[in-house]
Design a protein. Structure first.
Length: 139
């Protein structure tokens, strides 16, 4: 069994963003040479997420509105976490809802996706460098 590991780095200039990372993950899969196995992709920061969904701007807008209703950024005083001097209590909650990671089957050297599925990096407290781990195991 082979394994492959690579870190993808992001420095999102805004507080929040959704970035389609499927092309970068596909490059990792090609570099790995693995034809059949499993691919794990996870955010390596507690205020960011990796998730699978559709690449559709209306959906991304809906996510933004929905997440802001669930965990509004302001007033920052609503979050006990922010008493530490941080202002990102909402980002931790948004990450919890959107998830830390995805696992995708690899079949015949391709991501075994359903219709419209893509992998996204969700940033909820940007403006600094963060990373995503891609780990692939198989043959």
């Amino acid at each position: 069994m082979k394994n492959y590991r690579k870190e993808l780095w992001f420095n999102v200039p805004t507080r929040r963003a959704f970035i389609n990372i499927t092309p970068e993950v596909n490059i990792c899969l090609q570099e790995s040479g693995i034809k059949n196995g499993l691919l794990l992709c996870n955010a390596m920061h507690i205020t960011a997420s990796v998730f699978i969904n559709d690449e559709e701007s209306g959906l991304h807008h809906d996510y933004e509105v929905w997440l802001e209703k669930l965990a509004p950024h302001e007033p920052i005083s609503r979050y006990q976490h922010n008493r530490t001097g941080e202002d990102n209590g909402d980002a931790h909650l948004k990450r919890q809802v959107m998830g830390r990671e995805v696992v995708v089957a690899v079949t015949d050297g391709k991501l075994d996706f359903g219709t419209w599925e893509q992998i996204f990096y969700g940033e909820f407290d940007g403006r600094r460098k963060k990373r995503v781990l891609v780990k692939i195991i198989g043959e």
